[in-house]
Design a protein around this ligand. Structure first.
Ligand code: HEM
Length: 122
């Protein structure tokens, strides 16, 4: 079930993001804070909220669009913060990674908006 997948992956991402936050605090090195923030918010909080919506509205979860949205969001939610890490460590010449990640996340969000508009009526 798509909502279970989203809920399960989101909590794993949040644990990873929190461990990264603790590592930043322990090393007093905050350069990668934007990657930590976007991993937690897009990969953790947003994905968990999507999972709750699909649990609440089973008709939305049953669509092919929902599966595409889920896959796209997970890929983008990982590529975006990884891309931020790459740029912050290797320099702006690598900006294609966060650009691609952010556009994938945006595309997934547009698909989610379509899903919500089609199914949100109680
Ligand atoms: C164990 C849990 C967490 C720890 C230890 C932690 C630690 C940190 C640290 C050390 C920073 C950098 C602070 C600085 O630059 O002075 C930071 C920034 C941030 N964290 Fe966390 N964090 C945790 C969980 C979360 C969660 C769950 C979220 C969001 C859902 C979050 C969102 C953010 C945001 C938005 C920033 C600001 C990023 C920036 O300034 O670029 N954090 N966190």
């Amino acid at each position: 079930m798509i909502s279970s997948l989203m809920l399960r992956i989101s909590v794993l991402i949040l644990i990873t993001g929190m461990l990264a936050g603790i590592a930043m605090g322990m090393t007093q090195s905050f350069t990668l804070a934007p990657a930590h923030a976007h991993l937690n918010l897009i990969g953790g909080v947003l994905l968990f909220l999507f999972g709750l919506y699909y649990r609440l509205v089973p008709a939305a979860a049953a669509t092919r669009l929902a599966r595409v949205q889920c896959g796209l969001h997970i890929v983008g939610a990982l590529l975006f913060p990884i891309g931020i890490v790459i740029v912050l460590t290797a320099g702006p010449s690598q900006e294609i990674y966060p650009i691609a990640g952010s556009l994938i996340v945006l595309a997934a969000m547009v698909l989610f908006a379509v899903v919500v508009w089609r199914t949100a009526k109680a």
